[in-house]
Ligand binder design. Structure first.
Ligand SMILES: *[C@@H]1O[C@H](CO)[C@@H](O)[C@H](O)[C@H]1NC(C)=O
Ligand SMILES: *[C@@H]1O[C@H](CO)[C@@H](O)[C@H](O)[C@H]1NC(C)=O
Ligand SMILES: *[C@@H]1O[C@H](CO)[C@@H](O)[C@H](O)[C@H]1NC(C)=O
Length: 509
């Protein structure tokens, strides 16, 4: 009984603390979308809001005789890497599909669509014929010798492609997924564009499926940066999954079922979801198919997908048997690995939020090895991760740049760390950038608003130094899943927190 009271006491304290620490998810959502404008390559449009940036990469593809102007720089450098860019677009699109209404209510649908279209417009250009996809522009090695603004870029802009003789099923599969997911987003407002995206998605999937191989075997320059460690089978299943969602064509569903075993869809229990490893996302979407009458005859395979999805969710909730849980920092942040850990936190928050909604709509609970979990608890854990990101952590630091009073000031980012081209048009060379801008202690002159940096180490420590790229570099695929989660939290955030925690309190006794 004593113990019982102690718990209530702690819970009350926690509740009070949570109320005083309510975050402005609307602000976080708006800011997260600005980040994609800062990462734009190509000719910037009249309505560009991030105005310390200017046109760049205007001759991309010229050497190879193809127009590859546009797309996104993936992180703090100026290489356009196809695989993480496609995953970014898939996650932005999934956010927009799952939380469309919430995003509309927040007044941000137009910006989300613009962020997606900046990527898909580029993929349309890069997919020059059915079996040719341009995979990368620039290369990490020469790029990393230079610390320059994108507007001054003097590094190699050589482009690399995959084709029938140089296959890349992972890249083709992920790009097909991105195009198919985006086609759903544009279906109502721009049906012609939506059809065009779908047309590319079909072709890309067929290309990836027919000419099998890992893209880093064909595009060697990518190996030290975005090697496809998990291979291509997850991306082929993932591509088929999104094409099935976009078209309802039996053919794609059969692919997911018939290859579930051989392609590892129901074989892999995995505790990360990332630009490389798609299994958890795939398994979660497959779990939802189980609920439809028309899929009942494949219930056995779908059940196996679901069991793997649950393994992932339970591992994030610390409810699997001990060794199969995701580690946490003392401050409670999911911790997968040192370099850019926040990418895993961001994708986990998204998948947890989606799974919580799914359980709620089916009026079900999740049965983990170490207990039964309800949808409220899952959402509340996802919220705890997002709140950590926004400043509820031992350093009181927001890892979303530009949000709140304290955030990283020396983000490892070439453009943000050098005086804006708009203020000083004088050319800044490779080593000049290193000497005069990279190496100085001052905060970056431009704030990379909405970027989610790599984040703290496994002890919640964070060193805000430009050369600490493991912690201070941001990537487009870090922020993309947060777009959906911010929108969801914004919508529930307007309900009384006291009321929510009261019902939790009742439920837990
Ligand atoms: C996990 O733990 C539960 C109960 O403690 C036990 O019944 C089960 O066999 C364990 N599962 C695995 C996979 O070790
Ligand atoms: C964080 O904020 C809390 C509450 O305001 C304060 O007690 C604590 O000292 C702060 N920690 C740091 C590292 O600033
Ligand atoms: C939440 O409440 C604020 C202030 O009352 C309001 O301006 C905003 O539109 C609401 N947001 C949503 C998503 O309901």
């Amino acid at each position: 009984m004593k113990n019982h009271h102690y718990h209530i006491f702690l819970f009350t304290l926690f509740t009070l603390f949570s109320i005083t620490q309510s975050f402005d998810y609307a602000d976080a959502l708006s800011k997260s979308l600005l980040y994609f404008e800062a990462q734009r390559s190509g000719r910037l449009p009249y309505n560009q809001r991030v105005n310390w940036r200017h046109h760049s990469g205007l001759t991309d593809g010229l050497e190879q005789g193809v127009d590859l102007v546009g797309g996104y720089y993936d992180a703090g450098d100026h290489v356009k890497f196809g695989l993480p860019m496609a995953f970014t677009i898939t996650m932005l699109s999934w956010s927009a599909i799952e939380y469309r209404q919430e995003i509309i209510e927040a007044g941000e649908l137009r910006h989300v669509m613009e962020a997606i279209k900046w990527g898909t417009d580029y993929f349309i250009k890069a997919h020059t014929s059915p079996n040719v996809l341009w995979a990368e522009v620039g290369d990490g090695d020469t790029d990393h010798y230079c610390w320059q603004r994108p507007e001054d870029m003097t590094t190699s802009r050589r482009a690399f492609k995959i084709d029938e003789k140089n296959p890349g099923s992972d890249l083709a599969g992920e790009t097909a997924a991105a195009m198919a997911a985006a086609s759903i987003v544009f279906r109502k407002t721009n049906p012609h564009y939506s059809q065009l995206l779908l047309h590319h998605a079909h072709q890309l999937f067929e290309f990836g499926d027919k000419y099998r191989g890992e893209y880093d075997g064909s595009v060697a320059v990518v190996k030290n940066y975005y090697a496809s460690v998990s291979g291509y089978m997850d991306e082929l299943l993932w591509g088929a999954m999104w094409l099935y969602k976009a078209t309802d064509r039996e053919h794609y569903f059969d692919y997911i079922i018939s290859k579930a075993h051989t392609f590892g869809g129901i074989g892999w229990s995995i505790t990360e979801f990332s630009w490389d490893v798609k299994y958890a996302g795939l398994q979660i979407i497959a779990s939802k198919f189980l609920m439809d009458e028309k899929h009942k005859k494949h219930a056995d395979i779908l059940e196996q997908y679901k069991s793997k999805a649950e393994y992932y969710i339970c591992s994030c909730l610390n409810k699997n048997n001990r060794s199969s849980n995701v580690e946490r920092t003392p401050g409670g942040l999911l911790y997968v690995r040192e370099w850019n850990n926040m990418q895993y936190v961001s994708t986990a928050s998204f998948l947890l939020t989606v799974y919580s909604d799914f359980l709620k709509s089916e009026n079900q609970k999740l049965n983990c090895q170490n207990g039964i979990v309800g949808h409220e608890e899952i959402l509340s854990f996802a919220k705890s991760q997002v709140d950590y990101i926004l400043g509820l952590n031992p350093l009181n630091m927001s890892y979303l740049v530009g949000y709140g009073p304290k955030y990283p000031k020396r983000v490892h980012h070439r453009g943000a760390s050098i005086v804006s081209y708009k203020e000083n048009k004088g050319f800044i060379g490779c080593t000049q950038g290193y000497d005069n801008w990279y190496g100085v202690q001052e905060p970056n002159p431009n704030i990379l608003v909405g970027a989610l940096v790599g984040g703290p180490d496994n002890e919640d420590n964070f060193v805000d130094q430009r050369n600490n790229y493991v912690q201070t570099e941001a990537c487009t695929y870090n922020t993309a899943p947060l777009v959906g989660v911010f929108a969801k939290l914004l919508q529930i955030g307007n309900r009384s927190l006291v009321h929510d925690y009261d019902s939790l309190l009742v439920a837990s006794f």
